[in-house]
Write a protein that binds this ligand. Structure first.
Ligand code: TYD
Length: 144
């Protein structure tokens, strides 16, 4: 896949008592962690996300339950089943994402490299596609 998405397994620090995962910035996620938020108690049938970020980098993990994360870089789309607290999904800048089919018990934990900033959101899909085309054209212009 072209989408800059990775699904690394977090280091599982388990023993006979059970499991533990530690997440450190610049080590377990590819950035300094500035913000952590989590989505839980999602009502049946609800779909969330429907935006891309201009610059924000995020790593998401379903620490409990499951959901489906769609990633779309403007060229291709992938659906990722998130149902493992040891596996993460990297949401790069300029990747449109949508989450759906949350299980009742789903807790989706997200690490981000910047604080909340509404001006970093692109919430309109046509505007997102325009920005993708613009970036592609300027990259082509630079290389020619
Ligand atoms: P929203 O962006 O709608 O969630 P999503 O698109 O991921 O489904 O966020 C819901 C509300 O929470 C919105 O008013 C913005 C606010 N919010 C913050 O204040 N801080 C945050 O870190 C996040 C993620 C959202």
């Amino acid at each position: 896949v072209q989408i800059p998405y990775q699904n690394p397994a977090f280091r599982l620090l388990g023993d006979e008592r059970g499991s533990l995962i530690a997440v450190e910035g610049n080590k377990d996620v590819p950035f300094e962690i500035a913000r952590v938020y989590y989505i839980f108690g999602t009502k049946d049938g609800v779909e969330r996300g429907f935006h891309a970020h201009k610059a924000l980098k995020q790593v998401a993990v379903a620490v409990r339950g499951s959901c489906i994360m769609k990633l779309d870089d403007g060229q291709e789309q992938i659906d990722i089943l998130m149902n493992d607290p040891a596996k993460s999904v990297y949401i790069a800048p300029m990747v449109w994402h949508e989450m759906r089919e949350f299980s009742e018990d789903c807790v989706l934990l997200v690490f981000a490299d910047q604080g909340y900033d509404e001006s970093d959101y692109i919430r309109n899909y046509d505007a997102f596609m325009d920005a993708v085309r613009l970036a592609k054209n300027s990259a082509t212009a630079l290389s020619s």
